[in-house]
Design a protein around this ligand. Structure first.
Ligand code: LLP
Length: 384
């Protein structure tokens, strides 16, 4: 990504997110081109990764659909003028209001996560005199080899319907009058860099479609969720994720019939690398064994390191190439010991007032910001 220059920095109050829309557009172009490997592929953007309205408008411009997990995300997708039929709605705990929002907007699919939710959607659809198009979210019991907080496809996770209950709930869905069962939905986890995990998912889906096919049950829509990871270690070296390899795994391993569509819900891989959290150094503090750079961004602005032990590359902005290198623990101001962005990182010597950029922060950064310690929410500015 292209980081903000001195002139742009002069005009911003830190901490603030910076989005490089040139990189976002290049990423969108790459995903659209890679998905064209098969005309049945449909890419949706997982809004939870970053719901900033200008980004949604740009993403919608590339004709992606939207993947939402709350009524408010459905409303954000509608406000950005995503085509209602391309809006899919997942989530284990949809409220009645959430469901009504989706029904009244005429969204393309509810991804249903439990038997009780299915019955509630059917009742609300009947009450509204509408038919809800639904897919059943299946817990495929596959280990995605990612952080345990972002693994979703194991039987111990709360997501989806267990394989052992699927036949019964498919039969129930088919018997309901105000729901139309169109597909199966899966999502095994996030930040997945070992693409073989997706091959296991394809095998599981092939088995399930063959099983249901033998009973005369056909699904027109298969949804494999999101999860493609990004390179947090070298974001400037690999700004665009390996979309072509990713889609190839499905192309080579998943059997689709000519009338089936295959849906992807990508979040992090679309917006992750185009965003950086810009922060100012408040203080340098020398300890016995460590040197701390205390910056004005904290875990309230970017919680990923504190919550998932995630590492983000950090660069100093506006430093001369010849500056001496020192090692720093880069920490935030929040009253929590976990408010640490990096330990022992070599950086050009930092001073109070210097700017740093925490990279790969476009996904699950601003979207997860909070006001603990009564801190202000971070600001945001775009390159265009
Ligand atoms: N579809 C479903 C059903 C999901 O639950 C998710 C993400 C996605 C799609 C998009 O996944 P992606 O392509 O972004 O991996 N806050 C965590 C990540 C949580 C992901 C939640 N679900 C983090 O910062 O790593």
């Amino acid at each position: 990504m292209k980081l903000p220059d001195d002139r742009q920095l002069e005009h911003i109050a830190t901490p603030a997110y910076y989005y490089d829309t040139v990189l976002l557009r290049a990423t969108l172009q790459a995903v659209v081109e890679a998905a064209a490997v098969d005309p049945r592929y449909r890419v949706h953007y997982a809004i939870k990764a970053n719901p900033r309205s200008r980004l949604l408008e740009i993403i919608k411009g590339y004709r992606l659909g939207a993947d939402c997990v709350s009524g408010n995300e459905v409303k954000a997708a509608l406000a950005a003028e995503f085509t209602p039929k391309k809006i899919f709605f997942a989530g284990v705990g949809k409220t009645d209001d959430d469901i009504l929002t989706g029904l009244r907007a005429g969204i393309g699919c509810f991804n249903v996560e439990s038997e009780q939710e299915l019955i509630v959607i059917d009742r609300l659809a009947r009450q509204e005199n509408l038919i809800a198009e639904i897919a059943l979210r299946v817990n495929p019991e596959i280990d995605a080899h990612t952080h345990r907080y972002i693994t979703t496809g194991l039987s111990e996770n709360k997501f989806g319907i267990l394989l052992s209950q699927l036949d019964r709930i498919v039969d129930l869905a088919l018997s309901l009058k105000s729901c139309r069962l169109i597909g199966l939905h899966f999502h095994i986890g996030s930040q997945i860099r070992e693409l073989d995990c997706f091959k296991l998912l394809c095998d599981r889906i092939n088995d399930l479609t063959a099983h249901f096919g033998s009973k005369g049950i056909h699904f027109s829509s298969i949804n494999v969720g999101g999860g493609l990871g990004i390179n947090y270690d070298d974001p400037l070296g690999e700004p665009i994720p390996p979309f072509a390899e990713y889609f190839k795994v499905f192309h080579n391993n998943l059997r689709l019939s000519s009338d089936q569509t295959l849906h992807f819900e990508l979040g992090r891989s679309i917006v992750g690398q185009c965003g950086a959290l810009i922060s100012k150094v408040l203080y340098i503090k020398e300890g016995d064994t460590r040197r701390f750079a205390i910056i004005d961004a904290g875990m309230t602005d970017l919680i990923r390191p504190a919550l998932y032990q995630a590492t983000h590359s950090i660069v100093a902005l506006g430093k001369h190439p010849g500056a001496p290198i020192r090692k720093y623990d880069i920490v935030g101001p929040v009253c929590e010991s976990s408010d640490v962005f990096a330990t022992g990182v070599p950086m050009p010597e930092l001073q109070r007032g210097d700017y740093v950029a925490i990279l790969s922060a476009g996904a699950y950064g601003e979207a997860m910001a909070m006001r603990y310690n009564l801190r202000d929410l971070p600001g945001a500015f775009l390159s265009e």
